[in-house]
Design a protein around this ligand. Structure first.
Ligand SMILES: Nc1nc2c(ncn2[C@@H]2O[C@H](COP(=O)(O)OP(=O)(O)O)[C@@H](O)[C@H]2O)c(=O)[nH]1
Ligand SMILES: [Mg+2]
Length: 458
């Protein structure tokens, strides 16, 4: 299936640390280790698998010792890659670990491509494709929730879900193909209705999975939230308050913030990137105008917006303009400075934005901030119960979309009483799409693209 040579790479980050690991996988892994590893104490006997051995690394040509190390042998098939794997646990010095790697390569190992260890794990059936990809998500995860989602996927939760779809699809396909094999028995009317129902149910289940994508994307990449409003309402103060420290300059002068300031917070595991923007208003000041344009651009790109109003002053046209700007977006309205009392009623806001949630806070006093965070999280994620798995990967999403589309046209063919061959073509397309998610694919291009995104040594 692939050229079974022996690959090696540094598996830990390059830098100073307690330990650095060089990983070797392939048929020659153990032979290479036996040439450069000298065991302390008892020297004879074959090394046991899944055991750590203490010893030194020695250059066989010069007999010079490089490092005292721990060596682990994991013989196939019970190893990460499913091949013989040897790990050298050295002291974590940049120069040292490169020397060790160099010595291993000099014994005939090849420097691994990015993700090549995981690719081999996949090709040897140790992981399916969603699990292999989850390994990468796990490495990149930035919050505990992202770790949890990636771990679920690595443990096969998504595969299980998609596999159920595939099984149900195969059921339908068997019936349709039977009709092809016995042409005189055309698909009976009753059977046709049943098939339509079953395919319809399958479409719904596919969409359930697809709907989790947005949620997964937010957990993985973070949600982008734009804080907007006219100048001086307390946008920068709010950013500082949510961050818990003074990041942005706050002054009583309108127009202080001109650039877009970006900072990240974590709301119960959901990474949120906050954008503090220049106040939105008509201005003749050239620099401020650029700031205002930037604000509007960011508002457009954001996953959600917080419109800040100053409750200590009557509403202005600029406030109303901001409220209409976010009309079609996920957004919250925040009435700030509630420590100073409130000069207008919420019904005035309701006239412009009937459905938005309105919260009262004080950025400088810290009132209402927890409620704001909770409301923001709900706005971004919705309050639905947690699905069994979450789609985080665009490749999975596209494949499922293709499956959904193919099922749709299979249903149309059934309704139009087209010949079973036509229905089978669509159903087979849907099946290909589902199988692509879990990785029953042999397309080298797809695999190459997926694994090239990994880091070297994984
Ligand atoms: N009393 C009070 N003043 C606030 C509050 N939030 C902001 N301010 C003041 O309002 C002024 C403008 O704040 P700033 O955050 O720069 O507004 P921005 O222009 O919207 O970014 C500053 O003098 C802040 O101290 C609040 O909750 N209560
Ligand atoms: Mg500001």
């Amino acid at each position: 299936m692939y050229e079974e040579d022996t690959i090696a790479a540094i598996a830990t980050p390059i830098g100073e640390g307690g330990v650095a690991i060089v990983r070797v996988s392939g048929p020659n892994a153990e032979r290479i280790a036996s040439r450069i590893f000298v065991r302390k104490g008892e020297k004879n006997g074959k090394l046991k698998s899944h055991t750590l051995y203490y010893g030194t690394i020695q250059d066989p040509r010069t007999r010079k010792n490089l490092d005292d190390i721990l060596l682990a042998v994991m013989r196939k098939p019970r190893s990460y890659t499913g091949e013989d794997v040897v790990e050298f646990h050295c002291h974590g010095g940049v120069f040292l670990v490169r020397q060790v790697l160099g010595l291993i390569l000099a014994q005939g190992a090849r420097y691994a491509d990015p993700g090549e260890f995981t690719k081999r794990a996949f090709l040897n059936g140790r992981l399916d494709l969603t699990q292999a990809e989850a390994v990468q998500d796990l490495i990149r995860a930035r919050t505990d929730k992202a770790v949890e989602l990636a771990l679920n996927q690595a443990n096969g939760e998504l595969s299980k879900w998609v596999n159920e779809l595939r099984e149900e699809l195969l059921d339908i396909l068997v019936q349709v193909e039977a009709a092809i094999d016995f042409p005189e028995e055309e698909i009976e009317l009753l059977q046709r209705d049943q098939l339509i129902d079953k395919a319809g149910a399958l479409v719904n289940k596919t969409r359930d999975i697809l709907n989790t994508y947005e949620r997964g994307r937010l957990f993985r990449d973070g949600a982008r939230v734009c804080i907007c409003g006219r100048p001086n309402v307390g946008k920068s103060s709010l950013l500082n308050a949510l961050l818990g420290h003074d990041r942005v300059i706050v002054t009583p002068l309108p127009g202080t913030t001109r650039d877009v300031i970006e900072e990240s917070i974590n709301i119960e595991g959901l990474p949120v990137v906050l954008w503090d923007t220049a106040g939105i208003r008509n201005t003749t000041d050239q620099v401020e105008k650029i700031g205002v344009d930037l604000s509007l651009q960011h508002l457009e790109k954001a996953d959600a917006a917080i419109v800040v109003l100053d409750g200590s002053l009557p509403l202005t046209d600029e406030d109303l303009f901001c409220l209409t700007e976010v009309e079609s977006k996920k957004s919250l309205v925040v009435i700030n400075k509630n420590d100073l009392g409130q000069k207008f009623g919420t019904n005035q806001i309701r006239k412009t934005t009937a459905t938005k949630q309105i919260l009262s806070i004080s950025a400088t006093q810290g009132y209402g901030l927890r409620d704001l965070e909770t409301a923001l999280r709900e706005l971004l994620l919705g309050t639905d119960t947690e699905p069994p798995a979450v789609l985080t990967n665009i490749r999975h999403k596209n494949a499922l979309l293709r499956g959904d589309e193919a099922l749709g046209s299979a249903i149309a063919s059934l309704i139009d009483r087209r010949p079973p061959e036509c229905v089978a073509v669509d159903l087979n397309d849907a099946r290909d799409a589902f199988e692509e998610v879990i990785g029953i694919v042999n397309n080298e291009d797809i695999l190459e693209r997926i694994f090239s995104k990994f880091c070297i040594g994984k």
